[in-house]
Design a protein around this ligand. Structure first.
Ligand SMILES: Cc1cc2nc3c(=O)[nH]c(=O)nc-3n(C[C@H](O)[C@H](O)[C@H](O)COP(=O)(O)O)c2cc1C
Length: 245
């Protein structure tokens, strides 16, 4: 058997996660934002067609582009938003378009925090009111510091969106904690200058992420899987050195 064949065979083998969930092979598609939703942020038949084709390729696990948890907090125009059940029928169809072909469909859930182009949202919030660097200020507004109540609301929204995904037939969710979005902003000592229970030490800066995780697990019982996207942390290098999850 050649080296190439060995590698090919390994990629074809199922992967059992520690919790017993089996991914049918070792191929996964990373999240790539589609911006194919309507301007009111509803998923469309375009999603169904695209994901049907990806699943037909035999990929074991497909992660959606980032799905927002709040219509008032978009990262890009035409993001999908899941905050209630208004799109339940097409979400079911989206999940089925992948799972009926034997692949898994995981929804990536996100809140942009301050990383949202000026004018897209009425107001942007972040861990702290830290402006962008001078070269970015024409594109991104300085955010307001989130209140405690707003933080709790966002945590609950992550849980609600995850539960809707589960009910619609998605295989799991991925919490977007990377790429400079809200959870990443909370994790970063450069962008989180708080001195309350949400900031001041590495443990407190990660509390927001941990609470989102726990909320999703609590709402979705044990069978719904969640994973974290912590790779490619582009907020300088200091943010996550000692994180253990
Ligand atoms: C068009 C485009 C959209 C992307 N959208 C997302 C996204 O919604 N969520 C995310 O976590 N990463 C997103 N990414 C990052 C990719 O998932 C991936 O991490 C990145 O392309 C690097 O992977 P590579 O080294 O295989 O190219 C996007 C990348 C591209 C090119």
């Amino acid at each position: 058997m050649t080296h190439f064949q060995l590698k090919t065979n390994l990629l074809n083998q199922p992967l059992m996660l520690p919790n017993g969930v089996v991914i049918p092979n070792r191929l996964a598609k990373a999240a790539t934002s589609e911006t194919l939703a309507t301007y009111s942020n509803n998923p469309t038949e375009k999603h169904i067609r695209l994901y049907q084709r990806w699943a037909a390729s035999g990929i074991g696990m497909i992660i959606t582009g980032n799905i927002m948890i709040d219509r008032c907090a978009l990262g890009e125009p035409r993001n999908v938003v899941i905050e209630d059940e208004r799109d339940f029928a097409i979400l079911q169809k989206w999940a089925k378009s992948v799972t009926e072909q034997g692949s898994q469909l995981w929804a990536q859930l996100n809140h942009p925090g301050k990383q949202s182009p000026k004018g897209l949202n009425v107001r942007n919030i972040s861990a702290s009111s830290v402006p962008f660097g001078a070269e970015m200020q024409s594109l991104f507004a300085t955010p307001d510091e989130a209140t405690h109540e707003e933080i709790i609301d966002i945590i609950q929204r992550f849980g609600r969106s995850a539960l809707i995904c589960k009910k619609a037939g998605f295989s799991g969710v991925e919490i977007h904690a990377a790429h400079g979005y809200l959870i990443n902003q909370f994790l970063s000592p450069l962008h989180n200058l708080r001195n309350d229970e949400w900031g001041g030490t590495p443990e407190k800066r990660r509390k927001f992420l941990m609470d989102v995780y726990v909320e999703i697990r609590n709402r979705s019982v044990q069978i719904f899987q969640s994973q974290l996207n912590l790779i490619q942390l582009i907020f300088k290098k200091v943010a996550l050195q000692r994180m253990t999850l």
